[in-house]
Design a protein around this ligand. Sequence first.
Ligand code: PEP
Ligand code: MN
Length: 336
Amino acid sequence: MLIVMKKNATDHQVREVVEAVEKRGYTAHAIPGGERVSIGILYNKGSVDAGHFLGFGGVKEVIPVTKPYKLVSREFRQENTQIRVGDAVFGNGTMPVIAGPCAVESLDQVLRIAESVKKAGAKLFRGGAFKPRTSPYSFQGLGLTGLEHLTRVREATGLPVVTEAMDVETFDMVEAHADVIQIGTRNMQNFSLLRRAGKAKKPIILKRGMSAMLQEWLMAAEYIMEEGNSEVILCERGVRTFVRHSRNTLDLSVVPAAKKESHLPIIVDPSHAAGIRDQVVPLAFASAALGVDGLMIEVHNHPEEALSDGAQSLYPDQFAHTMKKLTDIRSIIESS
Ligand code: PEP
Ligand code: MN
């Protein structure tokens, strides 16, 4: 249930409604909007009597919420959520690009790549210090040393850094070094990790699970928001299908579907979807044409020597060329 207040409702009227909700044993969650405040009712078992709240001063309407997710839903918040990181904004109609290697391998490697992606127009730098690898024998990441290298990247370039938190045990360490914390595909339904992310004071990029339905993905985002962190960016990175010509199948149709259901920004990672360099660029163009709220692209200065995901990493000059074309595509989208 969502109680929508009138544009001119006073703070006192909002408080009265919140108190009335709480008196009935429910939780009230005030959602400030551009024009008016809405109050969501959470933890109600069974239906709530809408008529009870309609009589309060300042109340415009009471809307039943039909979806299992609440805080993430468009029913709860009509305006797009905008998330600012450095001078990038996700969700305001622009398309900030996050770029960098799959994994942090050395200080020199990240500094070089960061310089080149910044020059090409990337707004954030990415690089994993804790790597969720399919094989326990593959490179697992540099851990704390990798996080420290990312801090050096931020200092040297001014680019905010995105890196993955793989478990609750190392979350504090990641939170201390990252500007944006990524929850990876393999952890989309790790509910204790999601709850920890909900307590974080940094924005979260929530990647879609390997074969997650939109509803499951949004419920995962709900876990984070329910703990108090409203800065969640959804990231489509391809889902597992029967095809062999790409690592995963980029599900472009989930972008408009997610935008209809949720106010959260949604970005696309064509690198993990494709798994092959030559497919990354066209998929990035298609995503840009779709009006996504951002892109995440893997770039490596020596992809053939990369310790993970070299085959899908763009060369720095290929990335720079792609960025120019992305700007052209976006100018058509943004002016239409
Ligand atoms: C990554 O971005 O480094 C990563 C491991 O991605 P995903 O969780 O989408 O596989
Ligand atoms: Mn990768």
